[in-house]
Write a protein that binds this ligand. Structure first.
Ligand code: AMP
Ligand code: ZN
Length: 117
């Protein structure tokens, strides 16, 4: 069911603490941790603690929680002292989504080309 922890979900396991992560921020509803395969000097993932498969499902099922995730991307950028940064929600395998628990990538600390690949 939407929002319930999933036994086979990597990010639910990070929320539960059963898989380690370098956590940089935590709120009542969100966790932010460093990506294990960073694509920029700052590459942090912000996730809702509740399981939703992607950004669209999160926004539809729990708009307040989607807002919490977005607010946290700004908080991460502030903590990392990023003037410019990019927030990415890969949605669907064709866009590179590999983990089916909604997550915002916060990327910064280097030049970021536009349009992205
Ligand atoms: P996506 O490809 O948009 O679904 O993003 C998934 C991200 O999760 C990738 O950038 C991975 O490098 C990252 N990732 C996978 N496993 C872990 C982990 N155990 N800890 C932190 N980040 C991870
Ligand atoms: Zn999950």
């Amino acid at each position: 069911m939407a929002g319930e922890p999933q036994d086979d979900c990597l990010f639910c396991k990070i929320v539960a603490g059963s898989i380690p992560a370098t956590i940089v921020r935590e709120t009542e509803t969100t966790v932010a941790f460093r990506d294990i395969n960073p694509q920029a000097p700052t590459h942090v993932l912000v996730i809702p603690k509740a399981h939703h498969t992607d950004a669209a499902a999160l926004a539809a099922a729990a708009p307040e929680l989607a807002a919490d995730v977005l607010r946290e991307t700004q908080a991460v950028a502030d903590e990392e002292k990023l003037d410019s940064y990019r927030v990415v929600f890969n949605t669907g395998s064709g866009a590179g989504q590999t983990v089916w628990h909604a997550h915002a990538h916060v990327l910064g600390g280097r030049g970021l080309n536009w349009p992205p690949g």
